[in-house]
Design a binder for this molecule. Structure first.
Ligand code: SF4
Length: 226
């Protein structure tokens, strides 16, 4: 599918995609969800996060990352001078798997084109994958998050060339406290990646206190807050 040129046209296409995905029944999760969780944030974001799937609270509210993991994501963003309004946040699956079980291969297969189209329309420079499912899907590699977190790579996703930057899912730090430092370290590299500067490797990156960043692009496009 062709890329859409202007910001206004991309936003209109994103609204159109939102409307289409809201009634998607392409996999069995349509039968158990409360509602589709399309994604939310800035339609012109330079930084997009892709998590795994909606959980209980997301399924209830229709907005991604509103539970405990979402609060931690907001805190990690604040540490680097960003907020939810600066970025776009979505998931591999748009509907909640029952009991928050792992996404299944057939569900990812059915849903992945929604995500690829979101990326084509938003045209982020950086896609930060949160956890194994998003990382493996978008990298096209079986390499797991333990191996690849904190290391960027340039990938072609549809018509978009993006910098893929795998990070642990924030939920990992809710269960394993030591994971918080790793997450903070990986988030601390984002400002340099956004600035287009060669960033130090994970072992060289300062764990904190990087300068706050890039100015957000536009704030008016708050998809998910329609
Ligand atoms: Fe459609 Fe994706 Fe929801 Fe399955 S998970 S019904 S493919 S939007």
């Amino acid at each position: 599918m062709a890329a859409v040129a202007t910001s206004e046209a991309r936003r209109a296409e994103l609204v159109s995609l939102y409307n289409a995905v809201s009634s998607c029944t392409a996999c069995p999760l349509a039968e158990t969800r409360t509602q589709v969780v399309f994604g939310a944030g800035n339609a012109n974001a330079e930084l997009m996060f892709v998590g795994e799937a909606p959980g209980f609270h997301e399924d209830q509210q229709g907005i991604p990352f509103v539970g405990a993991a979402g609060k931690l994501l907001e805190s990690l963003l604040a540490d680097i001078g960003l907020s939810r309004e600066d970025v776009f946040i979505g998931n591999v699956l748009k509907c909640r798997p029952p009991g928050n079980r792992d996404p299944q291969a057939d569900e990812i297969e059915a849903c992945q084109n929604h995500l690829f189209r979101q990326i084509e329309l938003i045209q982020p420079r950086i896609v930060a994958t949160l956890g194994n499912f998003a990382t493996k899907l978008l990298s096209g590699s079986p390499a797991g998050i333990t191996r690849v977190h904190g290391t960027q790579q340039s990938v072609q996703l549809g018509n978009s060339q993006v910098l893929l930057y795998p990070i642990y899912h924030p939920a990992a730090a809710l269960y394993t406290r030591a994971m918080l430092g790793v997450l903070e370290q990986d988030f601390a590299r984002l400002p340099q990646l956004l600035a287009g500067e060669p960033a130090p490797g994970p072992e060289e990156a300062a764990p904190a206190a990087l300068a706050a960043t890039p100015a957000a692009t536009e704030y008016e496009a708050q998809l998910g807050l329609f």
